[in-house]
Design a protein around this ligand. Structure first.
Ligand code: CS2
Length: 475
């Protein structure tokens, strides 16, 4: 029998106290932010151990606990796999089991940062406007109860506790793929705090910090096969490894209200303004990821690497970058956007990364506004081509109908899934009209843009008549 990870770690390195509480302990955090924190501590020390919080289910905690919270992060390069054992987690809490324990952890004097990867929908905001949705069931709950359910609720109640105890606020470090993500989380926290106690909102506004960040590393969901591959690779049985590409990037607005790790030498970039990096990454990477995911899924491809074996899809991605996305961007300092696009094409084609089109297709209603619709709006205002991105939006409409090109059912995961499925009509123009009425998804300029509606109708008609592969080849 293989040794377990806990045997290997019989003599773990001296545990440093937790300076960070992280909400949303998914694979992305454990492969990305955690890797920078481990590097920072290896180089400079510091009390930057992490208490992880799962906001929904106990699965990750239950798999990690017998391993003493250690896990393997495996880098998947085209030429081989490199494992690293990660030992920075100090504890894992499951919020619904004991919300008070989570609030106490966040209100500990030693904690100066609360970071988040709770996905786009975790902020309970309206994607098209960035404002808190007070009608969201978890927010409605959090307004009525002291023990919260939502991520904004945990932030507000923990800050309230710190205020009452005379402690300074923690820095809220958002690591989700939202534009100006620090501004978004600041806005929802202040709106919620104001509804609970206006004086608390003022205190947070005056003393808190919400730096924006751009995060990047492709981390496909871990599969049962991966567990066996990791055991074969390391000789250690790990029930909760994470698999990731070699590339990583983290750009952080240098605006903290308390101590932070020393990131020098780790590659993390501390800058005054993250916006150009965020726009580049959200539009060039996430925008094309979503486009390739919907169209690729409809064309029968399981993974992004499979999609990239078809020259028509590669040409389509290149068209999106060159003709429709790069013209909308201001390049970050020292960045060549053409070279960035080349690097993305190579990252997507990495055959070692089995990143499911179905996984990326999740939660499109929360992702499309910042990934694709904002770019289209800029292009419409400037009179530029939108054909490739309109095709991607039409593919999302077809996808969310719940039937693929062969009539087989699609397991659509989206907070709006039932509503989206009901928008599908026989006549593509009716479908487009119904979708464009979704004010939480489409910005007002696009909802009232007849040219955009025509482009979508044409693309959707083509998808129905000819299929995704033929339409992609035609762009
Ligand atoms: C992907 C992202 O699942 C998705 O929607 O587009 O998770 C993507 O892999 C990361 O943002 C890469 O940094």
């Amino acid at each position: 029998m293989e040794a377990g990870l806990h045997d290997r770690l019989n003599h773990p390195p001296a545990a440093t106290p937790a300076g960070i509480v992280h909400l949303g302990l998914g694979a992305f955090f454990r492969a990305h932010v955690a890797s920078y924190l481990a590097d920072a501590m290896a180089r400079h020390g510091g009390d930057w151990g992490v208490i992880g919080v799962s906001l929904q289910s106990p699965g990750t905690r239950d798999r990690l606990r017998p391993q003493g919270w250690a896990y393997t992060a495996v880098e998947l390069a085209p030429d081989g796999e490199k494992p690293q054992i990660m030992t920075l987690l100090r504890d894992v809490l499951v919020a619904p089991e004991n919300p008070q324990a989570v609030l106490d952890a966040m209100a500990a004097e030693t904690v100066s940062i609360v970071s988040l990867t709770v996905t786009e929908k975790g902020y309970c905001h309206e994607p098209a406007t960035g404002r808190l949705d007070p009608a969201h069931p978890d927010i409605a709950h959090d307004l009525e109860h002291d023990l919260p359910k939502s991520a904004p609720g945990y932030l507000v109640r923990a800050l309230q506790l710190r205020h009452a105890r005379g402690l300074p606020p923690f820095t809220v470090l958002c690591c989700d793929n939202l534009p100006e993500n620090g501004r978004v989380v600041r806005a929802v926290v202040l709106e919620l705090a104001r509804l609970i106690d206006p004086a608390l909102a003022d205190w947070i506004g005056d003393n808190g910090a919400f730096p924006s960040t751009m995060v990047d590393r492709i981390v496909p969901a871990t599969t049962p096969d991966d567990l066996d591959r990791v055991a074969a690779l390391t000789g250690l049985r790990d029930e909760a490894p994470v698999m990731h590409e070699p590339f990583r990037q983290w750009v952080i607005e240098d605006h903290f209200c308390g101590p932070r790790p020393d990131f020098s030498g780790t590659g993390a970039q501390l800058v005054a303004d993250v916006t150009p990096f965020e726009h580049m990454k959200l539009r060039m990477l996430n925008g094309t990821h979503s486009a390739l995911a919907y169209l690729g899924y409809l064309a029968g491809h399981q993974t992004i690497a499979d999609v990239m074996t078809d020259p028509a899809f590669v040409a389509y991605a290149r068209h999106l970058w060159q003709a429709e996305i790069i013209p909308t961007l201001t390049p970050p300092e020292n960045t060549d956007l053409g070279a960035y696009a080349d690097a993305l094409a190579a990252r997507y084609a990495n055959p070692a990364i089995r990143h499911q089109t179905w996984q990326i297709a999740m939660d499109g209603s929360q992702k499309l506004p910042q990934r694709i619709l904002a770019t289209i709006a800029d292009n419409r205002a400037a009179g530029r081509d939108i054909s490739g991105q309109a095709l991607a939006v039409a593919a999302w409409m077809r996808y969310t109908s719940g039937r693929d090109e062969t009539g087989a059912p699609i397991d659509v995961k989206d907070p709006l899934a039932p509503r989206l499925a009901a928008l599908w009509h026989e006549d593509p123009r009716d479908t487009v009209t119904a979708f464009l009425a979704l004010s939480e998804v489409f910005p007002e300029t696009l909802r009232n843009d007849a040219g955009f509606a025509d482009a979508l109708t044409q693309a959707l008609s083509g998808l129905v008549a000819q299929g995704a592969r033929a339409m992609v080849a035609d762009v």
